[in-house]
Design a protein around this ligand. Structure first.
Ligand SMILES: NC(=O)c1ccc[n+]([C@@H]2O[C@H](COP(=O)([O-])OP(=O)(O)OC[C@H]3O[C@@H](n4cnc5c(N)ncnc54)[C@H](OP(=O)(O)O)[C@@H]3O)[C@@H](O)[C@H]2O)c1
Length: 284
């Protein structure tokens, strides 16, 4: 199996590369410095030349506020590049796996979203990722759309991941307490992605760690385990005046994965404990 990865130096991409390396699977990893996926001509040439069996499309503008402030750029990277890769996947006969988000949902009701819930994005990030989903569905037959939520891991740019990894922790941090969703450890997600692409079970999959929480719950649990001194102060979303609106309650429920693969993901609390163990080891 030959695998092509876009956005390979990001949070998910780096753990995906580790998983593939451990299994001795052939892959071609690219990020913006090697291949800008918004350049269709070059992407097309690269992939016609490499002829992968599977395309893992991870490249994205994953910063939600950046998408709101740079709508055209977000559209080009999140939506148009996906149109390009879907067309190329069809041409070379490759499976394609596109990573999407719980932000395709509006979060207006207090219930988890299944693969059968109706998307209704409320910000530019969610809108552009949903466009990407539709291109993949319309153009390809052999596709996996993986919706995930609130990634954490060694290379994640999310505020809390960076805080946990940092050796110089501040005296206090403000952590949002009034948004609720699922968390996903990038290592667990990479493991499931390998399982999906080895299969012929195509479709939409919600892949997240089990249990729901806020970033405040997450930070407090990390503090319990790591025993750092930083004071965790709850803050409400509206106090931060962020450019992009956020879904208030958008946990994901993994109906398709559990049915088709007869497996379920571990709880985020257990995945967090393992993540903390891994960063404590690497800083010794
Ligand atoms: N992070 C989350 O909480 C989250 C939640 C749900 C879904 N997702 C989705 O999961 C996927 C992986 O997320 P992640 O957290 O690993 O994101 P990430 O760390 O931001 O990784 C994405 C990578 O893509 C690169 N990239 C940006 N524009 C590109 C372009 N035009 N051509 C090639 N590469 C480009 C980025 O480079 P730069 O760093 O230089 O921009 C980055 O290295 C994304 O599709 C994201 O939308 C993420």
């Amino acid at each position: 199996m030959k695998i092509f990865i876009s956005g390979a130096n990001g949070a998910l991409g780096t753990d995906m590369q580790n998983v593939l390396r451990k299994q001795d699977i052939n892959f071609h990893a690219t990020d913006i410095n090697q291949l800008d996926v918004v350049d269709f001509k070059k992407t097309n040439e690269t992939l016609l030349n490499y002829r992968p069996d599977v395309i893992l499309h991870f490249a994205a503008i994953s910063n939600v506020d950046m998408c709101e402030d740079n709508k055209e750029h977000a559209f080009r990277v999140n939506a148009l590049s996906t149109l390009g890769l879907a067309i190329i996947a069809k041409k070379v006969g490759a499976k394609i796996l596109y990573v999407s988000t719980n932000f395709v949902f509006d979060g207006a009701e207090e219930k988890s979203y299944t693969e059968y819930s109706q998307p209704n994005p409320i910000n530019e990030y969610g809108r552009t990722k949903f466009l990407g989903e539709n291109y993949v569905k319309d153009i390809c037959d052999r596709y996996f759309i993986v919706r995930t939520s609130w990634l954490f891991g060694k290379n994640s740019k999310t505020f809390i991941s960076k805080f946990l990894v940092s050796d110089n922790k501040p005296g206090s941090i403000d952590v949002i307490c009034d948004q609720f969703a699922s968390f996903t450890y990038t290592v667990d997600l990479a493991d499931v992605i390998l399982l999906l692409i080895k299969s012929e079970n195509y479709g939409i999959f919600h892949i997240v760690n089990k249990n729901i929480g806020s970033w405040l719950d997450f930070a407090l649990r990390a503090k319990e385990i790591m025993k750092f001194k930083t004071e965790i102060k709850p803050i409400k979303t509206e106090e931060l005046n962020l450019p992009a609106p956020r879904p208030r309650y958008a946990p994901l429920d993994s109906k398709n994965f559990e049915f088709l693969f007869n497996k379920s993901m571990r709880k985020w609390e257990d995945a967090l404990a393992e993540f903390i163990k891994s960063i404590s080891k690497s800083s010794l």
